[in-house]
Design a protein around this ligand. Structure first.
Ligand code: ADP
Ligand code: MG
Length: 470
């Protein structure tokens, strides 16, 4: 905790950080906290999983904790899930202070929010649309606002929140402190920061510093029609505790979730077309381990903080390196190891090379597993289950039956049959997965991308440049 202490953080917050299991600040925390405690504006670039929430949350809470007035801190986030998650993290950091954060988002009963707002939370974490709603109803006033944070600003712009953001920023006092965090720095973000930030410090954590060291990265080269069987084999071999499977389109997600269920896996899909209630229900089941495989589009999974995800499967290679980092950032978080697997069809191999080049990480090629590999994996699992049972030792009542059986059948035969019963043999139930066109290589601002070996992508229908947002 010494490094945190040396950043000038008060005892109450040091205590909660240690409660939360934080040992030392992440690079962005180390750089941002001193700047923010001084009250300066900040433009921060960092990928998912680098600890941005605490980077702005700690100074935010420090700066308002001795003066408990309503709505002093406003945090804007692109999605409801992120609003909830950020607000939870802020409340953990603030647990030994009198500061309270409240999430405000679309889809939740507005009367309930109005009631919660009457308790005058010091920090509001909101999606822009719903915050505007409250401003129009005059159930939130921003006159006391001292600090505004735009979290995942690039996502908010991509989702079309620019006008709401401008209106919100226009209603807070001009002498506020403002922070803008974004994983990418497109022109639109630069323009936004020039307009709204005053003499900001700029921090960029990228390239080599992207904190994904604990994720092992593999890829399999195969054809689209092979993908599903190979996915099932990998699931059988690796038996992930909690896995996320990323598909490129909503249709993919629906078909994959259905197909996995047909073959006996406990899976559910989420994407932007589902009702909020349905998405919440699926996420809750996933967090609680009731389902172990979450199938998702990039948008639906953005910003999710589900701890304990052991495997990420990129059923379809992501559109760009940022999405790749976002996706694999879902696993191996906060000190745990994870495995990220990417399926690449031959025409997309250049795309994989580009991701390797930008993320400065090698992605290891693995041979496509066979049916036999899958069976061996499942047998190993059955043996593990059996040995676990032996350790737990609650089988007294079975011993009589066992002895009886052993007088008739030899032990090897009997145990083999039992193992066969315990082993999940490969399921070949037919499933329907519509073939997807290969990824169309996008022009990445003309800079570092190696020229594609084959010009095979022009035939596919252009996706109007918005590949990430299905
Ligand atoms: P980002 O917003 O950059 O994607 P988060 O703020 O959501 O990242 O943090 C990612 C995860 O890392 C969270 O589970 C968070 O609790 C954890 N975390 C953040 N800072 C630290 C730290 N200093 N030590 C250990 N875990 C941390
Ligand atoms: Mg974040």
């Amino acid at each position: 905790m010494d490094k945190f202490k040396s950043l000038g953080i008060s005892a109450a917050i040091i205590k909660s950080l240690s409660d939360m299991g934080f040992e030392e600040p992440t690079p962005i925390q180390e750089q941002a906290i001193p700047i923010l405690m001084e009250g300066k504006d900040l433009l921060g670039q960092a990928q998912t999983g680098t600890g941005k929430t605490a980077a702005f949350g700690i100074p935010l809470i420090e700066n308002i904790k001795d003066n408990p007035q309503a709505n002093q801190g406003i945090v804007l986030t692109p999605t409801r899930e992120l609003a909830i998650q950020v607000s939870e993290e802020l409340n953990k950091i603030a647990q030994f202070t009198n500061v309270h954060a409240l999430p405000i988002y679309g889809g939740q009963d507005i009367q309930r929010q109005i009631k919660a707002l009457k308790k005058r939370p010091q920090i509001i974490v909101a999606t822009p649309g719903r915050l505007m709603d409250h401003m129009e109803r005059r159930t939130i006033r921003l006159l006391e606002t001292k600090i505004v944070v735009l979290d995942e600003a690039d996502e908010m712009l991509n989702m079309g929140f620019i006008e709401d953001i401008e209106k919100i920023l226009g209603s807070v006092p001009t002498e506020r402190q403002m922070l803008l965090f974004s994983a990418t720095m497109p022109k639109s973000i630069q323009v936004l920061s020039q307009r709204f930030l005053h003499d900001p410090s700029f921090i960029s954590i990228k390239g080599k510093e992207v904190t994904i060291p604990l994720v092992d990265q593999d890829y399999y080269e195969l054809h689209d029609r092979q993908k599903f069987d190979v996915l099932c084999r990998l699931l059988d071999i690796q038996s992930p505790e909690l896995a996320i499977v990323f598909g490129r389109t909503k249709r993919r997600v629906d078909e994959l979730a259905e197909a996995l269920k047909k073959r006996g896996y406990s899976a559910e899909g989420i994407h932007g077309d589902l009702t909020q209630a349905k998405r919440d229900a699926v996420l809750r089941q996933f967090r609680e381990g009731i389902i172990d495989i979450l199938v998702a589009t990039d948008v639906a999974a953005r910003g999710l903080d589900v701890s304990g995800v052991t495997h990420v499967y990129n059923y379809d290679i992501p559109q760009d390196p940022e999405s790749y980092v976002h996706r694999i950032g879902r696993t191996g978080r906060a000190g745990r190891t994870g495995l990220a697997i990417t399926f690449v069809i031959p025409r997309e191999i250049e795309h994989l090379r580009f991701i390797e080049q930008i993320t400065k990480r090698k992605i290891n090629r693995k041979p496509v597993p066979t049916v036999t590999d899958a069976i061996v994996g499942q047998q190993r699992l059955a043996v593990e289950k059996l040995l676990q049972e032996v350790q737990e030792g609650n089988y007294e009542s079975y011993k009589g039956r066992a002895e009886e059986l052993l007088t008739e059948i030899d032990s090897v035969t009997l145990l083999s049959a039992a193992l066969k019963m315990l082993t999940k043999e490969p399921d070949t139930t037919p499933v329907k997965i519509t073939e997807e066109a290969p990824l169309r290589i996008r022009n990445y601002g003309g800079s570092k991308r190696p020229s594609p070996a084959k010009k095979t992508f022009s035939k596919n229908k252009p996706r109007s440049g918005a590949g990430k947002f299905y």
